[in-house]
Design a protein around this ligand. Structure first.
Ligand code: DON
Length: 304
């Protein structure tokens, strides 16, 4: 079976789960999304693209943006990045506050909210036009300038982002935020509101599947070692308190978002993005998780 037949098989198999789970509702703008949409796109290193379903419908990538922000900050700061954020799985929810207090303001990893707020703060300190430069970075990663922030999503999230504000305040108390808290939150929420379709997301994730891909924006690429480390963090932390389950069932580095997207890579083979807004209790797409499990089971391709 080729990838197109496999995607079609996965799509048909997973459709029976289409009534399970609930879309995220804590951000009013996310409630407006039709929960019955479902798309998949897989891109290979050889340059082939395979799509099924609503793969061209754009959605808010939410926490998947944390991987792009991490890549940008890691590229700029190198190993000094790890002075302000750890690389251990949290085993907690993405927006947990308790661990941050226990560990005195050093977030467990860059893919939980606390870590992403620190990364946002670093980018604010390093970049002249953070929002514009971040957007350009992602546009160039996927070779598509037709990617935008969803401003009303970002505003809607800020108006309800009390827990993220609490996390940012605690980080500031422990001296791990340099910039104004409100500024950090605004930048973080804009990253979360970034709107992409499965095909664009799979293209952008090729940077983590292909260790040699150049980042046009910097006229350079991440080093092989940096790509390895970002993938390792995705593998161990990309699904919060469900990272073990994703590793166990899928066996690929990946990242989820509460918009219902999941992006994953098979090193040196392909990048894939799946989107279905209905989430399980841990905030990860029900059909997205199952689709990727079926993919690695059917292809017998995973990192293990
Ligand atoms: O910080 C938040 O609450 C969201 N904007 C992003 C959360 C998210 O996508 C978590 N991932 N599953």
């Amino acid at each position: 079976m080729g990838y197109q037949e496999i995607l079609q098989y996965i799509y048909n198999e997973t459709l029976q789960l289409s009534h399970i789970g609930e879309p995220a509702s804590y951000i009013p703008e996310l409630r407006k999304v039709n929960p019955n949409q479902y798309g998949i796109c897989l891109k290979t290193l050889e340059g082939k693209t395979y799509c099924v379903g609503d793969s061209q419908e754009a959605f808010a990538i939410q926490s998947i943006a944390k991987v792009f922000a991490l890549a940008m900050a890691f590229h700029i700061k190198g190993e000094r990045l790890w002075e302000r954020v750890g690389v251990e799985p949290s085993g907690s929810a993405f927006n947990s506050v308790i661990q941050l207090e226990m560990e005195k303001g050093i977030p467990r990893n860059p893919l939980i909210n606390a870590g992403a707020l620190v990364i946002s703060d670093i980018l604010l300190s390093e970049l002249d036009y953070p929002e514009e430069q971040f957007l350009k970075f992602v546009q160039e990663l996927c070779g598509d300038s037709d990617i935008r922030y969803n401003e009303s999503m970002a505003v809607s999230e800020r108006e309800n982002g009390f827990l993220n504000a609490a996390i940012a305040n605690m980080l500031k108390y422990y001296g791990n935020i340099e910039n104004d808290i409100e500024r950090v939150l605004r930048f973080y929420f804009r990253q979360c509101s970034l709107t992409m379709n499965c095909q664009q997301l799979a293209s952008a994730f090729m940077a983590f599947a292909n260790h040699k891909k150049k980042f046009e924006y910097f006229q350079t690429s991440l080093t092989g070692s940096q790509v390895k480390r970002i993938n390792a963090i995705m593998q161990t932390c990309g699904f919060y308190d469900e990272a073990g389950d994703f590793s166990f069932k899928v066996g690929l580095p990946g990242k989820s978002g509460v918009g219902g997207g999941i992006a994953a890579i098979c090193p040196r083979k392909y990048a894939i993005a799946v989107w279905s807004p209905r989430l399980n209790k841990k905030g990860n797409s029900v059909m997205g998780m199952k689709a990727l499990e079926l993919l690695t089971t059917k292809t017998e391709e995973s990192i293990f």
